[in-house]
Ligand binder design. Sequence first.
Ligand code: FAD
Length: 464
Amino acid sequence: MNTLNCKVLVIGGGPGGYVCAVRAGQAGLDTIVVEKARVGGTCLNVGCIPSKALIHVAEKHHVLTEAARGDSALGLSASAPGIDLSRTQVWKDGIVEGLTSGVAGLLRKAGVRQIEGTATIVDGKTVRVETDAEPVTIRCEALVLATGSVPADLPGLPFGGAVLSSTDALGLTERPETLAIVGGGYIGLEIGGAYAKLGTKVTVVEAAETILPQYDTALTKPVMARMKALGVAFELGVQAKAHDAEKAVLTVARGDEETGIAAEKVMVAVGRRPVIEGTGIESLSLDMEGRFIRIDTQCQTSMRGVYAIGDVTGDPMLAHRAFAQGEIVAKHLAGDSAHWDKRCIPAVCYTDPEIVTVGLLPDAARAAQETTATAVFPLQANGRALTLERKDGFVRVVYDKQNELVLGIQAVGAGCAEMAGEFALAIEMCATLTDIAETIHAHPTLGETLQEAALSGRGLALHI
Ligand code: FAD
């Protein structure tokens, strides 16, 4: 059997793994990354990028549909649009192909050896890889676990046939007439919203009484209202039980009472499961935090020389968190130290309208600090939002009224995702209301709403 040695061995070439490997390679560390599918992981292949591609196509379809119906206030007219999802898939696959081969190129440029195959951890310094050719044993000084996560299924609704995971739903080549989305989290609502705009009759089925339970209702209300306006139905407080593909019916239960929902396809989006079982990670007996690997501030696990990054370490399961952790580990291994503050990780839901959050939500801030206050500015008073025909939503700044320190920023509104960087910068740099209020924002931009919210916290809002 072939045996290789290296300083850093990264298992998984997703956002966490590839960033860690590139940075370690650039720091001159002899690095190997093992990936069983295609580098780029969930994010590039079946997550962030394919979902945003579908959302983009769906929005275009929706604009044309409105124009064809004569509903366009802009004076646009069009004939009823069609959609050839198989061509959409070709376009989307081209973007994914470009990005993933770009990542492979970055790894090569950084001098990282890439091994295609499935890794099984033998011990903290040894990994066996099954490849298309003969198996390889790799010995390393530092092991980085970046195996990511996969969609979780539900008892009674195993994936297969008409029961889809997010990966399946993003790869459809024909538009379903009816689609039930089980799970009112961001993945379900992003994909469900996109299919609704493509003309599918979508029903969101959620066991809780609310969608996006991590947010307050002020943030989720505009999303619910818009989705309803797009024809999406919500069945909240119900359990999805079973799907009859022949009858195209999903059975749901509210207490003892069962009803059927029209659903040619069902997408189950009830969360993601860390990839640990079957990888040999279990045999390391690492300290765990629930289902996830416990790590310290430098992403070290309870075993010396073994690190874990990305989705396998828990929430928030986001690509940019995995990137940041990959950077931290590479720096640490290169003898440098890096720190990060969980509060500064932005989160964006690409629902319509988008939700953006960074730092503390009002309730969490109030629990930590009695002198918390909030300042809100509505999009309906923003010129850019009006020209985009989307005045639903607001920007909210959560701050400490004793010293004006900004503790959190949230927004809901079409196009607000692009403000996530500015929000994160403000929290990272410990901005005060004055810092934001006195920063000149370009006009007309949605970003002015952040400045106006900060001004309003100081009793000085200009345009309201
Ligand atoms: P992954 O990306 O899951 O990569 C892990 C890699 O490890 C995989 O390529 C896998 O093949 C490989 N692997 C696993 N086991 C082995 C093994 N034994 N041997 C070899 N290789 C192995 N996040 C955002 O920030 N923004 C978004 O807009 C966003 N949208 C999303 C939309 C959808 C539909 C989904 C599903 C996810 C989305 N995410 C988004 C989440 C994001 O994709 C993940 O947080 C991110 O990919 C996690 O990176 P990771 O490196 O931890 O793991």
